[in-house]
Design a protein around this ligand. Structure first.
Ligand SMILES: [Zn+2]
Length: 279
């Protein structure tokens, strides 16, 4: 009210009289004001989203270009090895400068292809985001994939936000990337006993239907560290791990992350036996 009083004061001071028809701030004005605010917010969000999509596209184009140049550099037959090496280092540095932003921007793993060659030089980066299976190698079977499915309990069509990996009760569950234990939750329904880990670059992982929890909230964990054991707590029909990956708050298909680390390391081992070109 102070604002309107001061307006009247101002009018008086400069000798402007308030016209008779002018009303104070009524319901109608308030509704109009609210409408304007909401429209402005919509515009800001929509415009902001447009900018971020454009930025992601721009970064992806740049990263693809560097990836291409790095590949060409690796296949170079130039005799001046110093020149080739200098160019390679420059390319790696240029990628290094943009990689953190890029990894935060990407919505899922389909963009990782732009880093294929780079990751062979910096494989330790794979420890920072989900890039491995959270169970013992070869000791599980995929019983339900990410996507629309008929729910085993309700028998209704529903989206499955994670991947189900069946294995024996008590088998160890490993963190798929280094991070911090964000939450440990116990529920009779849904995910049952479950752990949520927060990782770098906007990634989170969820491990559901656990039997035992072997970590505490706030604890820092390394990739492949034991966090709990497989069980059948919550809405579950048998012993299995429900594994979810969230990127920038949204669930994404975890399957694309399963072989990331394996593919890079297998390549490193193979390269080291054939030539010494890869660090
Ligand atoms: Zn599941």
């Amino acid at each position: 009210m102070i604002f309107f009083e001061s307006t009247i004061f101002w009018r008086k001071k400069v000798g402007v009289t308030k016209p008779k028809s002018a009303k104070t701030f009524g319901k109608k004005e308030f509704a109009y004001f609210l409408f304007l605010i909401i429209m402005s917010l919509f515009y800001i969000i929509w415009y902001g989203f447009g900018i971020s999509t454009q930025r992601l596209e721009d970064t992806t184009v740049t990263m693809d270009l560097y990836e291409e140049r790095l590949k060409i550099n690796l296949g170079s037959t130039l005799t001046d090895s110093h020149l080739v090496e200098r160019e390679r280092n420059q390319l790696l540095m240029a990628i290094e400068e943009r990689i953190v932003t890029f990894l935060y921007q990407i919505p899922d793993f389909s963009y990782i292809g732009s880093l294929e060659t780079y990751l062979k030089y910096r494989p330790q980066l794979l420890e920072q985001f989900p890039s491995a299976v959270p169970l013992e190698k070869g000791n599980y079977s995929v019983t339900s994939n990410y996507g629309i499915r008929i729910h085993p309990i309700s028998e209704k069509k529903k989206k499955h936000y994670g991947i189900d990996l069946a294995t024996a009760s008590g088998k160890y569950v490993y963190a798929s990337a280094s991070g911090t234990i964000k939450d440990i939750l116990y529920s009779k329904k849904g995910y049952g006993t479950h752990i949520i880990i927060k990782h770098r670059f906007g990634f989170e992982t969820l491990y559901g239907h656990l039997n035992k929890v072997l970590v505490r909230k706030g604890q820092k964990v390394k990739q492949h560290e034991i966090i709990g054991t497989v069980g059948s707590t919550g809405s579950s029909t048998g012993n299995h791990l429900h594994y979810e990956i969230l990127k920038n708050m949204l669930q994404i298909d975890p399957k694309l992350s399963f072989n990331l680390k394996k593919n890079i390391y297998t390549h490193l081992i193979e390269s080291n036996t054939t030539d010494n070109g890869v660090e």
